[in-house]
Design a protein around this ligand. Structure first.
Ligand SMILES: [Zn+2]
Length: 117
């Protein structure tokens, strides 16, 4: 459905999901496992950049379904608003500074309960 892959870390001890940190912010453990993200999240904050040069783009803080946050570019600046659901467009293989998201157009479903093991 999308091109890229996005990985994050999960604390082995308290299951907190984290992104690009060396230790767990909740329990300070360094015992982290890498998991693949679903690539779907919700915009929590967005800044519009580049207006002054006539090429606006959106820099968003996205809360992923796995409950970690990531700052990344959103491709459709006019639909990048708080609360919008976005999915991964380009992942880490494009370079760590090139991660981007786009609006997620799947039909709205009944909210799925997060699965916990
Ligand atoms: Zn932890």
């Amino acid at each position: 459905m999308w091109k890229g892959e996005l990985h994050f870390q999960r604390c082995t001890w308290c299951r907190t999901a984290i992104f690009r940190r060396l230790l767990c912010p909740a329990c300070a453990s360094t015992d982290l496992t890498t998991e693949r993200s679903s690539g779907i999240g919700t915009i929590h904050h967005v800044s519009i950049m580049g207006r002054n040069v006539g090429r606006p783009w959106a820099l968003a803080t996205i809360r992923m379904r796995e409950e970690f946050s990531i700052r990344a570019k959103v491709l459709d600046v006019y639909r990048a608003h708080v609360g919008a659901v976005v999915c991964l467009d380009s992942g880490m293989e494009a370079g760590s500074q090139q991660i981007s998201f786009r609006p997620y157009d799947a039909p709205a479903r009944a909210k799925s309960a997060p699965t916990r093991k």
